[in-house]
Write a protein that binds this ligand. Structure first.
Ligand SMILES: [Zn+2]
Length: 68
């Protein structure tokens, strides 16, 4: 009898890796954070025709809320 349930559960846990842009404080959807306009490209997602590296071209970054 071989049971593989335990190892399968561990695999599922490590699969999802959130994508963080340099301007992000936390992965999108994290409690206590919200999207804000990227300060480098002002929400355009591009700087001089090239994708903004800070926000990954999305025009928004994830910032922590409530810290003031
Ligand atoms: Zn940007």
């Amino acid at each position: 009898m071989t049971k593989t349930k335990a190892s399968n559960a561990q695999d599922a846990k490590s699969v999802a890796q959130p994508t963080l842009n340099p301007g992000d404080d936390a992965p999108r959807g994290t409690t206590g954070t919200g999207e804000d306009v990227c300060p480098d490209c002002n929400g355009k997602g591009r700087i001089d025709g090239a994708p903004c590296a800070t926000c990954g071209g999305s025009g928004t970054v994830v910032k922590a809320i409530g810290g003031a």
